[in-house]
Structures are given as structure tokens and as C-alpha cells.
Design a binder for this molecule. Sequence first.
Ligand SMILES: Nc1ncnc2c1ncn2[C@@H]1O[C@H](COP(=O)(O)OP(=O)(O)OP(=O)(O)O)[C@@H](O)[C@H]1O
Length: 235
Amino acid sequence: MLELHQVSVNYGESPILRDIHLQVPSGQVVCLMGRNGVGKTTLMKSIMGLLKLRSGDIHFEGERVTHWRTSQRARAGFGYVPQGRGIFPYLTVYENLLMGFEAAENMGREEREAALEEVYSLFPVLKEMRHRVAGTLSGGQQQQLAFARVLIRRPKLLLLDEPTEGIQPSIMLEIEELILALRERGEMSILLVEQFLDFALNVGSYFYVMETGAIVLEGDAGNFDRAAAREYLAV
Ligand SMILES: Nc1ncnc2c1ncn2[C@@H]1O[C@H](COP(=O)(O)OP(=O)(O)OP(=O)(O)O)[C@@H](O)[C@H]1O
């Protein structure tokens, strides 16, 4: 379980996040929505330890991780698929996957080989293209690679920043199926930043909407006010 209590973050003097309360229970998919620029990526970076909090606390599995370095969080099982994917375009698919083992000193050779085979079975196209330079893959394939590179470390918490951005509908469906499959397994908690409400509703179990740095709406599948969410997300 990931818990944020009264998290506030500034860029310089500008307050960006204000008093964020948020929970991602174990094994669930929680969706964070909001228009461009409301602070979703800032929140993901803060959870990952890439930005310092001005105030507030972050707990993971009962431990206070507020001041942990990013590498410590990665070792504790935080996996981050950033917006824009962040793959290495000049390395091959296989080399990109190996980069995923960085900060995974605890995984022995056999476990790594098993994890590699597991991601190849989740993403057969990556196995086919393992010797290709990643920059030559389609947008959807690069997104799968970004996912796979993080999944290979078997994270306990998966942070996904807009995986559907700039992706064609057929691949969106594949990503939806993948998230649902991970949810079904129930081995990891997922925090998904998403702009498409329908996509979020299909995969999520709990929903938050942000507006200018604060949570303005939340609820589970049963009581989430979809009409209000649509209003907040309308451009
Ligand atoms: N490095 C930075 N320095 C100063 N301000 C920043 C920086 N990065 C983002 N901001 C500002 O912080 C606010 C929140 O940005 P953020 O990227 O978190 O929003 P977002 O909801 O993820 O939007 P998007 O969907 O466009 O990625 C915006 O007003 C943005 O201009």
C-alpha cells in the first residue's frame, strides 16, 4: 500500500501540489486524472523521489519513505514508466531490457532469465525484435518496451504516466488488456495517470481527479461521479 499524506510540492517559489492525500491499496489499479498541467507528472516524480516535498509524507508498506532516494525506492519495489517512455533509442530492445535490471542487485542470474522470458511472453513482439535498435520501433512497441523494462524487475508498485499518449487505438487496447492482466494477478499496486476517462474506468478500481495541484474528486467504481469527472477533464 502506498499512502500520501498532505503532500505539497513547489517548483522554486511556485506551489504546484497542495495537500495531496492519495492511497494505492495493494494489488489495485488507481487512476489519477486531470487536464494538462494540473500537476500529475509532478506527483509521479515526487512519489519516485525525483522531486522533494515541501511538506507532507509518503509511506510505502508501512515505512516512511518521504526522504528516501530514488534508488532506494527502486530497490524497495517502485517502478516508474515515465511519460514519453524514456527508452534508450540507440540501444537494442534486448539492451534496453537489461537496463531494467539496474538497481536489482537482489535478483540472481536464474531469476533474471526467468523475468526476461516472462516479459517476452507478455510482449512477444519484443522477443521478435530483440536485436532491433529501439528507436526504430513504432510508438506502441516503444511503449511496450518501456513497460517491459520496468516489469522485468517485478516491481511492487508500478507508476504509469499516460501510457496511452500518442498511441493508436489498437495498441491502446493491448495496453488496457495488459493492465487488466496485471490487476488480475494482484501482485502489484498500480498508479496510472490517464487523460482518457473511459480508459481509466475500464482498468481502474479507484479514481482521483486533480485540478491545479489539488485533488477535487475521488471515488471507487461504485460511487465515482463520472459526470463531474467529465466536466473537470473537458478542455
Ligand atoms: N521543471 C519545472 N519547473 C517549473 N515549473 C514546472 C516544471 N515542470 C512542470 N512545471 C509546471 O508545473 C505544473 C504542473 O506540471 P505537470 O507536468 O506536473 O502537469 P501534468 O498534469 O502532468 O500535465 P501533462 O498532462 O501536460 O503532463 C505546470 O504548470 C507546469 O508548467
